[in-house]
Design a protein around this ligand. Structure first.
Ligand SMILES: NC(=O)c1ccc[n+]([C@@H]2O[C@H](COP(=O)([O-])OP(=O)(O)OC[C@H]3O[C@@H](n4cnc5c(N)ncnc54)[C@H](O)[C@@H]3O)[C@@H](O)[C@H]2O)c1
Length: 448
């Protein structure tokens, strides 16, 4: 029977059911039930990474059954943007009870992830959560306990692992080309546009983001855990606020209407971006959230300059730093091994230096230097975002770079940032094993 005839003849059977009329399994004419997905947090990440692209790439196997956001206007805007016809909610429990989704995508502000992960597990959903897993050790423990009790797995979406350049570094490290890894130098620079944006938004408060040591550096700490292949044991850190917050002699509440707009180097006009206006400005009346908040607000309680030392259970040592007001954006990384050194200087968001490939320099001790070029011409973090979505929604059982990440990976990454923040506050080193019931292992256990 031709596929179109099958659908026509089975029309009444399919009408009003959750079966995917256009998804036919293995040409056997069996309709496949779509994965019923709900999302909480319909901001830019939810819609732009997990909404629209998932519908476009996996619409034959995935359907949205509910969208929830604390802001009633934003959830409506999100529904329109996605072009879906599911119900929208501001009450999370109501959404879960009415829609009973197979999977829940958590894309709210970091400080609330734990609430939805824990409740989502209790409602029996598979959890797909954005990084960071959470922002403090107590919330982390509650998540780990809830996962164990529910017997369902949490997936943490570490998209940074999926870029071709970082995969290549993983591969070179595993191949033993620099001998035994002994230490890593890792320095990340956020520029005066991207870095400043965190000080405009909800991230500026620890209670929302856990500071950039958790919100942003969780990506970098996860990469380190994955590359090093071990788990962190001890952390010591310094942090300070040198440019944003109280450091200016003038300030406002937001850029729109600011009387310093002509002299402030950080002035940013959100009204130039209609999508941001529709998502945030038009919905300010519901929650008062300012997407273009002043980077000099005095309540800013996170750091813009951070230095962290990490010792792994495998004895590898790491020197890491994060600067949030650099004139340009990118990172430098070097892996020191007993037989050589592997290093890269990756420049991001620098149009004058655009190149179709990233370079890795491999220097053999007492030997030659090689330059390895890795193509970077795919969009969305070097094609990494699309590969991650495929691994989540259409896995083929292959994971050669061991990129799939579960709660243990999510915890180990955010715990380094939490330990660093606690160390800055106390002036003392922090043992990762003292934060939760997870005890660091010399060899990183695999993913999910
Ligand atoms: N992996 C990455 O590269 C990457 C990039 C950007 C953001 N993120 C993550 O995605 C998440 C969302 O970030 P964003 O940039 O989209 O922020 P955003 O501010 O655009 O969106 C967050 C949304 O959550 C909603 N929200 C806040 N508290 C809520 C609550 N209690 N209940 C329901 N909804 C609530 C807000 O109203 C908002 O719509 C964060 O966890 C962030 O760390 C990841």
């Amino acid at each position: 029977m031709h596929r179109r005839n099958f659908i026509q003849q089975s029309g009444s059977l399919l009408a009003g059911t959750v079966l995917a009329g256009n998804a036919i399994a293995n040409d056997s004419f069996l309709p496949v039930a779509k994965k019923r997905v709900a999302m909480v947090g319909t901001g830019v990440r939810g819609l732009g990474m997990w909404g629209k692209p998932v519908l476009e790439e996996f619409g034959e196997v995935v359907e949205f059954v509910g969208l929830c956001d604390i802001n009633p206007g934003r959830v409506q805007t999100g529904k329109k943007f996605l072009g879906v016809n599911c119900n929208t909610y501001t009450d999370f429990d109501k959404m879960m009870q009415e829609t009973k989704p197979d999977a829940l995508i958590v894309t709210t502000v970091d400080g609330t992830h734990h609430q939805f992960i824990i409740k989502g597990l209790q409602y029996g959903a598979e959890i797909i959560t954005e990084k960071p897993l959470t922002i403090d050790e107590q919330k982390c423990q509650s998540i780990l306990d809830a996962e164990e009790k529910a017997g369902k797995k949490i997936k943490v979406t570490f998209n940074y692992r999926y870029s071709p350049h970082r995969q290549k570094l993983y591969e070179l490290l595993r191949s033993g080309t620099i001998g035994e890894l002994t230490s890593v130098d890792f320095h990340w620079y956020l520029d005066i546009h991207h870095g400043a944006d965190y000080f405009r938004r909800w991230h500026r408060l620890r209670k929302n983001s856990g500071s950039l040591l958790v919100h942003k550096a969780t990506h970098h700490f996860d990469l380190l855990n994955w590359w090093v292949g071990s788990e962190p044991e001890e952390v010591f850190a310094f942090g300070k606020l040198d440019v944003y917050g109280k450091n200016s002699s003038f300030r406002s509440d937001k850029c729109r209407g600011c009387s310093y707009k002509d002299s402030c180097k950080f002035f940013w006009d959100i009204t130039n971006d209609q999508q941001l206006v529709q998502l945030y400005v038009d919905n300010e009346k519901y929650d008062g959230y300012l997407r273009d908040g002043c980077v000099f607000r005095e309540d800013i309680d996170i750091f813009d300059q951070m230095a962290v030392q990490i010792k792994y259970a495998s004895k590898v040592q790491v020197s890491y730093s994060l600067t949030a007001f650099s004139p340009y954006e990118g990172y430098r990384i070097a892996f020191n091994g007993t037989k050589g050194r592997l290093e890269a200087w990756i420049k991001e968001n620098q149009p004058w230096q655009e190149s179709a490939y990233d370079e890795i320099q491999l220097t053999h001790s007492f030997g030659q230097r090689e330059i390895i070029q890795v193509a970077n011409n795919e969009g969305g973090h070097g094609g990494g975002d699309a590969r991650l979505r495929k691994q989540i929604f259409k896995p083929d059982g292959q994971d050669p770079y061991r990129q799939a990440a579960g709660s243990r990976d999510g915890a180990m990454a955010c715990l380094i940032g939490i330990a660093a923040r606690n160390s800055i506050d106390s002036g003392k080193p922090v043992m990762i094993g003292d934060l939760t019931t997870l005890k660091p292992k010399a060899e990183r256990p695999y993913g999910l």
